[in-house]
Structure formats: C-alpha cells, structure tokens
Design a protein around this ligand. Structure first.
Ligand code: NDP
Ligand code: MG
Length: 384
C-alpha cells in the first residue's frame, strides 16, 4: 500500500490524482489532503477518501472546515504550519505537489527533509529553488518524480539510459491558443480568450502561462534542474498536436520520445507507481486518425515571456525568482483585467531590471525577493 498526501488536492492536478486513487484503492491510500480555500470540495474529498489530515491555507476556512467534519476522525489544520505538517506526516510515503506557485517551496523542502518522495507538478518551486531542492533530495536519497507531461516524457525516455549521455532535450510546446498571432493581435486578447487552451484543460494560472509561453520558459528551467543538463542542451520545439510530450536526443543521434493523448492522468499515474506501469483506460493514440504531427520553431520575439525566461535562466541566481514571482503577480492581475496580455511580459522585463543579482540565494533570500517583487509591481501598477 502506497500512502500519498496531496498539496493542492482541489485543483486540476489534485482532482486528477484522486481520480487515479479512486481506481486503485487496493494499493493507494490517501493520508492527507489540502486546499487554499475551497472547503466545499475539500469536505467532499475528505468524506470520499478518509485522510487522517486535511489542511486549508486560509485559517478562517480551516476553522469552518473543522466544524463541518467534526463527525470524522480527521485532523484539520491551517496555514503554512499545516501545509508543513501535511508534507512531513510520518504516515505518508509520497507527496504530490499539486499546489500552484512558490507557496510550495517550504512544504516541498520540509517533505524532502522528512525523507518523502515527491511527485512534482508544482514547477514554480523547482524554478525558484531548484539549486536547494535537487542537492537536498540527493542527500536525503529521495526521488523527485516529474508530473509535468514534458518532464515525465523526458524521464520515461531516459529509462535504461543511465550510462548514456544526453545531447539535447527537445521540449515540445503546443504553442497555446495564440500560436501564429502577431503582437498587434495579442494586444487585444482578453482572459477568456487566453483561458481557451487548444489541447489541455488545466488550472487558470498555468493556462495563462501557456498562452504567454512563460510556461515553456519555466519548463526549460524545470528540465535543467530535474535532468542536470545545461540550458544550451534544451531546445523548445512547437508541436501543435501535443502527441509527442517531449524527446531526448542522445550523443549517437538517436531520439527517444514518449507519445500519448494529452491527458495528465498518464504522467500522474506514472509518477505514483514508478517504475511500474499500471493498466489505465486513458484514450489511446489513433495515429491514422490524427494523420500528421507537425513542428515549428518558437517565436520568442512575439512571445517575449519565453525570451525573458530564457534570459533569467541564463543569468541564474535570484533572476528566475524575480521572473517567476513577477509572473505570478501579473497573471493574477491579468485575470482580474487590471492589465493587458502584453503587459505580463512587459512588467516582468521591468521587474527583472529592478533588482540586483544575488548568486546562489538561500531560502530566506528567495522568499524576500518574492515579497519585494510583489511590492515593486504593486507600486509600479499604481503609477501606470
Ligand atoms: P489549480 O489552480 O487547478 O489548483 C491549485 C491547487 O492549489 C488548488 O487545490 C488550490 O486550492 C491550491 N492552492 C492555491 N493556493 C494555495 C495556498 N496558498 N495554499 C495551499 N493550497 C493552495 O492548479 P493546477 O492543478 O493547474 O496546477 C498545479 C501545479 O501543477 C502548478 O504548478 C502547475 O504549473 C502544475 N502543472 C499543472 C498541469 C495541469 O494540467 N493542470 C500540467 C503540468 C503542471 P483551492 O482550490 O482552494 O484554490
Ligand atoms: Mg507541461
């Protein structure tokens, strides 16, 4: 029996993880569930999966939930202390980090310190603290199992290749809903347009990141940390059908890829059961019906979020933290229609220029830079 806790069980990845548990009750058991504020769904999940612990980030909602589930033997906690308690629960074998944003950093580090394996969806944590997390995971002997579909594809392509050297990682991208758009067309797009992803159904933050191509920039950084390659070994390739989830080219020129229909249940299940492949009823690829799969170069001059991400990644240090924090703040503003679509990359660029470099930032410096980036942008938007 594998015992799992989920950080962010009410979101897109969290609910799909529970759909897998639902089908594998014989060998998966939920020990902990958590949400930001959605206690209505969290209560339903608690009643269905009987975890020992449930955590809500918003303390007032945690108290409300405790009253609602008073008939059950579940411990309800709130805030960061609660998230860390969930992440380090001695009952748990593997933590699924399905929370969105840098809020995942502290619980993820705490889980690794407590020796938990991590099924990692929460890419923002690796982007901003990969230099702390990867060595710590190695020291503690825990596995960081990628859930992000591209990284799962790369990880699957590397099985049995331990002795061999990666030449290039070919990181595929659908191009999002605005592939082929010019800057002048992008100026007028609204949140409802950006939220319409052609191939994937995901949470709103990552869906906007896919529309700006910031997501692919974050994924380049995620791949660098997960697979220990240099940035110039990672090449982004637009592949609009999202059938090839990414590829690895080895030094002999051979390319190994993982293919499948776009469905996160496959990479989530692979991470939960690694190295085993379990039967699954995800839709099968019907190649004859798909007819063709195609590729294009990305357009970082139009999708400047990708260009800025690659720059920040190249500079390293505190820059990916500022990049990511600025993006989190600005995506929330765009969703509230306080700024335009192109302003996301525009203000990220300004924020990146506003902070001095810090090499090899520690946890405190990372969390300070997050707060300072938020304050900087708050002031900047007041003046706009
Ligand atoms: P969602 O927005 O759908 O879900 C986010 C989850 O995090 C919810 O459970 C939410 O709770 C919870 N949450 C939000 N804020 C807090 C907080 N302060 N404390 C505790 N919990 C919080 O996001 P996704 O599932 O789409 O994405 C999750 C992560 O996985 C992201 O890092 C994303 O980049 C990555 N990812 C997602 C993919 C996808 O297909 N969705 C694909 C690849 C990667 P509540 O419901 O209460 O707000
Ligand atoms: Mg992805």
């Amino acid at each position: 029996m594998k015992k799992i806790a989920i950080l962010g069980s009410t979101g897109s990845i969290g609910t799909q993880t529970l759909q897998i548990v639902e089908k594998h009750r014989d060998d998966l058991k939920v020990t902990g569930l958590s949400a930001g504020s959605n206690i209505a769904l969290l209560e339903r999940q608690i009643r269905e999966f009987s975890p020992e612990m449930a955590v809500v980030w918003q303390e007032d909602k945690a108290r409300e939930l405790a009253v609602k589930v008073a008939d059950l033997p579940v411990k309800v906690l709130g805030g960061m202390d609660g998230l860390i308690a969930l992440a380090t629960d001695p009952e748990t074998d593997i933590l699924v980090t399905a929370v969105v944003g840098m809020i995942g950093i502290r619980p993820t580090i705490a889980a690794i310190e407590a020796g938990k394996d991590i099924a990692l969806a929460n890419k923002e944590t690796l982007v901003t603290a990969g230099h702390l997390i990867m060595p710590l995971a190695k020291e503690k002997g825990v596995s960081i199992l990628p859930v992000d579909s591209e990284h799962s594809a790369i990880f699957q392509s590397l099985q049995g290749e331990r002795e061999n050297q990666i030449e290039t990682i070919l990181l595929t991208a659908s191009g999002g809903p605005f592939r082929g758009y010019s800057k002048s067309r992008l100026r007028h797009v609204r949140p409802k347009d950006a939220l319409r992803h052609p191939n994937w159904s995901m949470g709103s933050k990552i869906t906007i990141d896919s529309a700006t191509m910031v997501n692919k920039g974050l994924e380049v950084m995620e791949a660098k940390w997960l697979f220990g390659v240099d940035l110039d070994q990672i090449r982004v390739l637009i592949h609009p059908q999202s059938i090839i989830h990414s590829m690895v080219q080895f030094t002999d020129g051979a390319v190994i890829a993982q293919l499948g229909m776009p469905d996160m249940k496959l990479p989530i299940q692979y991470a939960l059961y690694y190295p085993q492949r379990k039967a699954s009823d995800v839709e099968r690829v019907d190649f004859a019906r798909i007819g063709q799969i195609t590729f294009e170069e990305p357009d970082p001059d139009t999708f400047e979020g990708l260009k800025l991400a690659l720059q920040a990644a190249g500079e390293g240090g505190i820059r990916p933290v500022v990049f990511n924090a600025a993006n989190e703040y600005l995506v929330a503003q765009f969703l509230k229609e306080k700024i335009g679509f192109l302003d996301i990359a525009g203000y990220i660029g300004e924020a990146l220029g506003a902070f001095p470099q810090i090499q090899d930032p520690n946890l405190e410096e990372i969390l300070d830079a997050e707060r300072e980036t938020y304050s900087y942008l708050e002031e900047r938007l007041k003046k706009a």
